[in-house]
Design a protein around this ligand. Structure first.
Ligand SMILES: Cc1cc2nc3c(=O)[nH]c(=O)nc-3n(C[C@H](O)[C@H](O)[C@H](O)COP(=O)(O)OP(=O)(O)OC[C@H]3O[C@@H](n4cnc5c(N)ncnc54)[C@H](O)[C@@H]3O)c2cc1C
Length: 460
């Protein structure tokens, strides 16, 4: 990678080389703009990374991706689809913990009718959904919105644990419009989720994604490396942006960035900015440039996560380790939020005779988990796996990664607040991207990066 001194002035400075920044930068570079990506870490990918430890291949952040339409189109544009690795077909089978045991998540309407996860009363309540009057979903939490449409039992038994899996969050605080925009639209368009789903099945909505869950060649860190290698010398690792200031028109306008890298510091001039850092950092950097936007970004809340990779001997488990993994409803009072059976999803993740599990702890349920020592985390994981999987052997702790700010927690009003924050930028050549913008999954972050690139390209 190049020294920044040789590129003191660019069209666009991209701050942050997580999936959002990498994707946005590639789009801009391919559209013919001179781009510099400044990333404080020494490796690209942000929270997305893969480690090889004692014969295991471990994801330190995200474990699988859903390739939604915009991500698929991006990968195709950049000839990167060849590296996608689909999860094994068994990944369709997911579990919830109920009374300490694994219960399959129902697949399809018939499964929903048969599942013991809902009482007869809860199932009958689901059938009333088409007759529930339209409400004010933009003013509701997920629990209020889905509780109104599907009944409180469906929220407690199904939606709550599902949101734990994606947001490590609390359905009583997450906003319906931010978390389930498609469901909110269905209610608005068709007056019911069922009618909305039927209508949508008859007309295509945007570019289609790929079915199922995916990883990438070499793990998800391999996807980050593939994007980084396309950027080549435009990517500057170990360069932390310390400050951004507007440049006077007399000096050509735009912005000047001050950055620090190990043993050096420097400045970079840019006509435009693509900020792809976590929201609090984007807020800090934007303060001198766009204080109103900065204030809105500073208010985005995050949930912490501790991700612990463990190896186990499947012969020492009462339950078969098969399928995607399990999620833990709040009432079960376990330390784990959930656990993914990674070596069942993708080949080559564990040595022969072992299984690799990714255990998630913390979230809104137990935020203090990030301060708990490794030994205590291991003890709690051991106890939970003994209870749920009937594990009779010691777990092999391979890797512990703490994320004090792992996943944004968009509340009621978040989408409108973010749109206002963007609107407050006026026609300034500044674009925002990241998991806090419009969806927390890898595919959403990536899409926010490509969208930000489009916005800038039309302004430059
Ligand atoms: C533990 C965990 C598990 C997850 N599991 C999944 C999953 O299975 N599937 C899924 O779809 N999603 C998952 N997610 C969510 C998803 O991984 C993230 O939302 C997404 O990868 C975030 O990408 P990003 O580019 O927005 O941000 P980040 O990855 O946070 O990247 C931001 C980058 O900005 C850099 N930066 C910050 N400040 C500066 C500065 N001043 N100067 C220069 N650089 C700076 C950071 O170093 C970082 O590299 C998970 C997240 C976590 C934390």
């Amino acid at each position: 990678m190049n020294e920044l001194d040789s590129a003191p002035s660019v069209d666009v400075a991209v701050v942050g080389a997580g999936i959002a920044g990498l994707a946005g930068a590639l789009e801009l570079r391919d559209a013919g703009f001179r781009v510099a990506v400044l990333e404080s870490a020494l490796v690209p990918g942000g929270v997305m990374g893969t480690a090889e430890i004692r014969g295991y291949r471990i994801e330190v952040g995200p474990n699988t991706v859903q390739v939604k339409g915009a991500m698929r189109a991006f990968l195709e544009r950049h000839d990167l689809t060849g590296g996608l690795v689909p999860a094994s077909p068994a990944s369709r089978h997911r579990f919830l913990v109920r009374g300490g045991r694994l219960e399959p998540v129902p697949l399809g309407p018939l499964g929903l009718l048969r599942t013991p996860l809902l009482s007869t009363r809860g199932k009958l309540r689901l059938l009333r959904e088409p007759f529930v009057p339209v409400g004010r979903p933009h003013e509701e939490t997920v629990a209020e919105f889905l509780g109104r449409r599907l009944g409180p039992e469906a929220v407690r038994a199904l939606a709550g644990p599902f949101l734990t899996g994606i947001y490590a969050g609390d359905e009583r605080r997450l906003g319906a419009a931010a978390v389930f925009p498609a469901l909110v639209e269905m209610e608005e368009e068709a007056g019911s989720l069922l009618r909305g789903a039927l209508r949508r099945s008859r007309r295509p909505v945007g570019p289609a994604g790929l079915r199922g869950s995916f990883s990438y060649r070499g793990g998800l860190g391999g996807l980050a490396r593939a994007l980084a290698s396309r950027l080549g010398e435009a990517l500057h690792l170990g360069a932390r942006v310390e400050e951004i200031a507007p440049r006077p028109e007399s000096a050509g306008g735009g912005f000047e960035l001050g950055y620090a890298s190990p043993g050096a510091s420097g400045r970079l001039a840019a006509r435009a900015l693509l900020l792809a850092t976590p929201a609090p950092e984007a807020a800090r950097l934007l303060e001198p440039v766009a204080p109103q936007t900065a204030r809105a970004l500073a208010s985005v809340r995050y949930a912490p996560i501790v991700s612990v990779a463990v190896g186990v001997d499947p012969r020492a488990c009462r339950e078969p380790i098969t399928g995607f993994g399990f999620l833990v409803p709040r009432e079960e009072e376990l330390s784990l939020l959930g656990c993914l059976f990674m070596s069942q999803l993708f080949a080559g993740r564990a040595p022969a005779g072992r299984e690799l599990l990714t255990c998630m702890l913390g979230g809104e349920r137990w935020p203090e988990a990030v301060h708990v020592p490794d030994r205590e985390l291991a003890r709690r994981i051991q106890a939970d796996l003994e209870r749920v999987l009937g594990l009779r052997d010691q777990v092999e702790v391979l890797h512990v990664h703490r994320y004090p700010r792992a996943i944004p927690q968009p509340g009621v009003g978040h989408p409108a607040a973010m749109e206002e924050a963007e609107a407050a930028l006026g026609d300034a050549p500044v674009a925002l991207a990241g998991s806090w913008r419009a969806g927390v999954a890898v595919a959403d972050s990536l899409a926010s990066g490509t969208r930000a690139a489009e916005q800038l390209a039309s302004r430059l």
